[in-house]
Design a protein around this ligand. Structure first.
Ligand SMILES: O=C(O)CCC(=O)C(=O)O
Ligand SMILES: [Fe+2]
Length: 275
């Protein structure tokens, strides 16, 4: 299988074409967020929820507080903290809109300008050395996601090496997928060991976002850095591209329907008139 390429008649601007080609070639792009001040407000709100849950005062430096949270929470209490912060952020009336706006310029080039967005923002927290909240190698599309979805992954702290996530780029992915039958009856750990030399660890500094295809194998490992990882993720797709198990109205919601579409969806041919 050869990787998809842009067609000569794609009328993208030069700048759009650069991003589109990078996404096709690498299966991902890492771009600066569109509004750093808005990202800081989002992070501060989340640090505030965490501080409240832990019974400590609101931190002056939200990033430093998050990086060092392993000093305040034991692994067995981590999920309760995570759920509290997710619940808090999803109750904020402005958080989803903010998240979209951070990624909007890149999403509009890579996915489209008429989009559906996941209804809930997700949060992942990985304490150094903690084995309890890992995601073994997978491609979301193997498990009910549409191949048309893109994940927007937003680090709240600098994420690099094992504090981040890995992804198997498209050419290597295609080669390993052609050999999947060899792994029948084996564990996902065996699959990871096989692909490990070819995976790319994604270094995503705070202030940047990762957009990636969920059709590629990816996952994370034990965080071996001495700081805690905090990252959010949320899926976007073109509103009228095919859905899989994650349905429109349940998992996804339209966020940028255009007027011509509204008119089209509401239109009924007048009946009863025959010349
Ligand atoms: O954050 C991670 O390490 C993995 C996230 C992931 O698998 C996803 O968002 O689909
Ligand atoms: Fe995933």
């Amino acid at each position: 299988m050869t990787a998809p390429r842009r067609h000569e008649s794609d009328f993208l601007s030069t700048e759009e074409g650069v991003l589109a080609d990078a996404f096709l070639r690498q299966g991902h792009v890492i771009v600066p967020v569109a509004d750093l001040a808005a990202l800081r407000r989002l992070r501060e709100a989340m640090a505030g929820f965490a501080a409240e849950h832990l019974g400590v005062s609101t931190p002056g430096d939200a990033g430093a507080f998050m990086d060092a949270i392993h000093g305040l929470v034991a692994p067995e209490r981590l999920n309760a903290l995570r759920l509290k912060v997710i619940d808090g952020v999803n109750r904020l009336s402005w958080a989803r809109r903010c998240y979209f706006e951070l990624a909007r310029p890149a999403l509009e080039i890579i996915v489209g300008n008429e989009l559906a967005m996941q209804r809930r923002l997700n949060l992942s927290i990985q304490l150094p050395g903690d084995h309890s909240s890992l995601l073994p190698v997978h491609a979301d599309v193997w498990d009910g996601d549409s191949p048309f979805e893109v994940v927007a992954w937003l680090p709240l702290v600098d994420c690099r090496r094992s504090k981040s996530m890995y992804l198997l780029p498209p050419p290597q992915g295609a080669a390993w997928e052609a050999r999947m039958a060899e792994f029948d009856g084996h564990s996902t750990e065996d699959l990871f060991r096989a692909i490990e030399p070819e995976v790319v660890w994604l270094d995503v500094p705070f202030g940047h976002m990762l957009l990636s295809s969920q059709n590629l194998m990816h996952g994370n490992r034990v965080n071996r850095e001495n700081e805690t990882r905090w990252s959010m993720n949320c899926r976007f797709k073109s509103l009228f591209s095919p859905y899989a198990e994650k349905r429109l109205g349940e998992f996804f919601e339209p966020i940028s329907m255009r007027p011509a579409t509204r008119i089209g969806l509401g239109y009924r041919l007048p009946g009863g008139f025959v010349e």
